[in-house]
Design a protein around this ligand. Structure first.
Ligand SMILES: [Zn+2]
Length: 133
C-alpha cells in the first residue's frame, strides 16, 4: 500500500505553514527543507532527512502525521456512522470480568454495544464492568 502523497509533497506543503507552526524557528527549518527539496529535485533520496527535519519539532511532526493520515483516509472507503435506534448511547466499559475475587475465568471484551454480557462459567454470576484505571 503506497500512499499517493509523498513526504516530498508534505515538505512542499508545509513550507507556507512554518511561520504559524514554529514562529521564530521557521526560517531555519524552511532553509533545511528547501535545501532537501533542491537535492530531491536533482535525484537524491532525501525522504529520510525530510522526516528527520519534520520530526524534530512536535508541531511539524504532528502536521506531517495529520497530512499523511488525511491522505490515507481519502483513499479509504469511508462509511458514515449511523447509531442504531433503541440502543443505549451510554458507552460501556471496555472490559468485563467475573466479580468473584481470584476467579481465573478470562475477562470478556464487548465488540458491539448490543453484545450480551456473559456470566462466569465457574461461578454462574454475570460479569461486571472492570475499569482499567
Ligand atoms: Zn468466576
Amino acid at each position: 500500500m503506497s500512499p499517493a502523497i509523498s513526504i516530498l509533497d508534505v515538505a512542499r506543503e508545509i513550507l507556507p505553514e512554518l511561520p504559524k507552526l514554529l514562529g521564530e524557528d521557521a526560517a531555519a527549518v524552511r532553509q533545511e527543507l528547501t535545501n532537501l527539496l533542491a537535492r530531491a529535485h536533482s535525484g537524491k533520496a532525501v525522504d529520510h532527512e525530510i522526516r528527520v527535519v519534520l520530526g524534530k519539532n512536535p508541531a511539524t511532526d504532528r502536521w506531517k502525521r495529520d497530512r499523511l493520515r488525511e491522505n490515507d483516509a481519502d483513499g479509504g472507503d469511508e462509511k458514515s456512522y449511523q447509531p442504531l435506534p433503541g440502543l443505549r448511547s451510554t458507552p460501556r466499559a471496555v472490559k468485563y470480568a467475573c466479580p468473584v475475587s481470584g476467579c481465573n475465568t478470562p475477562p470478556w471484551f464487548p465488540i458491539d454495544a448490543g453484545d450480551e454480557i456473559p456470566s462466569c462459567e465457574i461461578h454462574g454470576v454475570p460479569f461486571e464492568a472492570v475499569s482499567d484505571d
